[in-house]
Design a protein around this ligand. Structure first.
Ligand code: NDP
Length: 465
């Protein structure tokens, strides 16, 4: 998540221990100030966006302009912010417990059906040389959660499908409390009962460590904090939040706009892809590089469910009906982005899984063999794919992701900039990621990485960047 980690990069390029491919341990003044700013600023930003949608028709500028011109005081702005509610606590509590139970489902099933092994797989080798086992079942959790929601709303009528939107303000407080609590717990745990002491990183700066995380893979027993919080409860909820927004739009106007359906569909593609390929997720930067601190804990609990779903939220208050040609254009554009995103990730994943024995468009994949060593001193070898999407640009998967995210925004029309926030955020995040990831790969693979960059010179768009 870049908005939170932009300063990591500044810190990494200024760091002295540049031979280590794990997170560095020196913190510059600029990183420190950046961390402080992000910790203080971003929680307010989420509240600001909430107020902009609920009270100013989606205008990001109006509340700021009113405050700057003295027509609205901070106190008056505060009265527009949501308040904490018991119902929101109850909803989140039930949701959270349900997700914990689903997380353990493979173990429960295994106890009754000894032949059932679930999604047992290994993660990447960590800088300290650990390789962790995971039992992934995100798709199972996603399907069960949606089935239960459908039953509780449509079949049993226990509550309205708009329940999430109806409590969106109260929930904002609850997730903030949970996000901070998890971050504090992870911080204390890293000092007093770490899971893998050698994979911890201390910078000597209290605030920075709290923000970026100390432990790479904190666990309690088999409960993996990063896998759980990164994927669930936030990403499982993403599609339910969107369904709830669609239901709220229906309750308000008596119809659901084609833009809302389009946003629901394109977001659902992304979310289902994530869980369908959860094993792939174990080999992404989130899992094998980022440490677990406030950035991930708060980001997963608050930033993701609130800022990634902004388009649906905006459309509840601003119902946009698109023309048929424009709807089809946005759909085609989104599907193109999804295709690139999906096939680029798939190519790399299958290539790595098959140890290079992989064919792209009927031809054997070309690759570069590189070596690296972890803290245990053992030299290991791996391969970098240089054909297919990965022969065109070093981060084609990011390009696809960006096209798809622009499609979400286009679906909301052109009246306000707010629905485009996610596109700009993701653009900044992924460009920063390219730089951060490449910096790490250069440290890890040395000259091998430089040769790879010579063979595949562009990052996102061949011939341009
Ligand atoms: P990648 O999945 O691209 O993983 C990068 C890693 O892959 C590198 O560190 C390196 O790891 C390995 N690698 C790099 N080049 C090659 C190659 N040519 N052949 C084989 N392996 C290679 O990055 P992310 O984890 O950042 O992203 C995963 C997906 O998630 C992307 O599609 C991205 O768009 C999406 N994403 C979405 C976000 C969101 O908020 N919506 C946020 C972040 C990502 P190694 O050390 O193993 O060599």
């Amino acid at each position: 998540m870049l908005v939170f980690s932009i300063f990591t990069y500044l810190e990494e390029i200024m760091s002295k221990d540049s031979k280590i491919w794990a997170r560095t341990s020196d913190v510059s003044l600029i990183s420190y100030l950046g961390t402080l700013g992000i910790l203080l600023f971003t929680p307010f930003m989420v509240f600001y966006f909430y107020v902009a949608v609920m009270s100013f028709g989606g205008s990001l500028w109006e509340p700021a302009a009113l405050m700057m011109s003295g027509k609205m005081t901070l106190g008056e702005f505060w009265t527009l912010c949501p308040s904490l509610s018991g119902t929101a606590f109850l909803i989140f509590g039930v949701w959270f417990l349900l997700q914990v139970c689903f997380y353990y489902l493979p173990d429960i099933l295994h106890a009754f059906l000894p032949n059932y092994v679930g999604g047992n797989c290994l993660g990447a080798v960590t800088p300290a040389g650990n390789q962790l086992r995971y039992n992934i079942n995100g798709l199972q959790a996603w399907c069960l959660s949606h089935l239960l929601f459908l039953m509780a709303t449509a079949l049993l009528g226990w509550f309205s499908a708009s329940i999430i939107f109806d409590n969106w303000g109260g929930l904002l407080w609850v997730v903030n409390i949970v996000g901070y609590a998890v971050a504090i717990f992870a911080f204390v745990k890293a000092y007093y009962f770490p899971s893998h002491p050698q994979d911890r990183k201390f910078s000597g700066n209290f605030l920075y460590d709290f923000y970026m995380g100390i432990e790479l893979n904190p666990r309690i027993g088999q409960f993996d904090f990063k896998l759980f919080f990164n994927g669930r409860p936030g990403i499982v909820a993403w599609t339910l939040i969107n369904i709830s927004f669609a239901a709220a739009q229906y309750n308000l106007y008596g119809y659901v706009t084609n833009s809302m359906i389009l946003v629901n569909f394109l977001h659902a593609l992304y979310v289902v892809y994530f869980f369908w390929n959860e094993a792939w997720y174990l080999r992404t930067i989130d899992i094998h590089h980022d440490h677990f601190g406030w950035m991930l804990a708060w980001g997963d609990c608050v930033w993701l469910p609130y800022m990634y779903t902004l388009q649906g939220f905006y459309l509840v208050m601003n119902p946009v009906q698109l023309s048929l040609p424009f709807t089809l254009f946005v759909l085609a554009f989104g599907l193109l982005g999804y295709f690139i995103f999906h096939s680029a990730n798939r190519q790399k994943d299958l290539f790595r899984k098959s140890d290079g024995e992989y064919r792209i468009l009927g031809k054997p994949a070309s690759f570069l063999e590189v070596s690296y060593s972890a803290a245990d001193g053992k030299e290991r070898r791996t391969k970098l794919l240089t054909s297919g999407w990965w022969g065109m640009a070093r981060h084609s998967n990011y390009t696809g992701d960006l096209i798809l995210s622009l499609a979400y925004s286009l679906a909301c029309g052109f009246e306000h900039v707010l629905p485009y926030f996610y596109f700009f955020f993701l653009g900044t995040l992924l460009i920063h990621r390219c730089i951060r990831d490449e910096d790490r790969c250069r440290k890890k693979y040395g000259e091998g990485w430089n040769e790879y960059c010579r063979q595949v010179p562009y990052r996102l768009i061949p011939g341009i960047f």
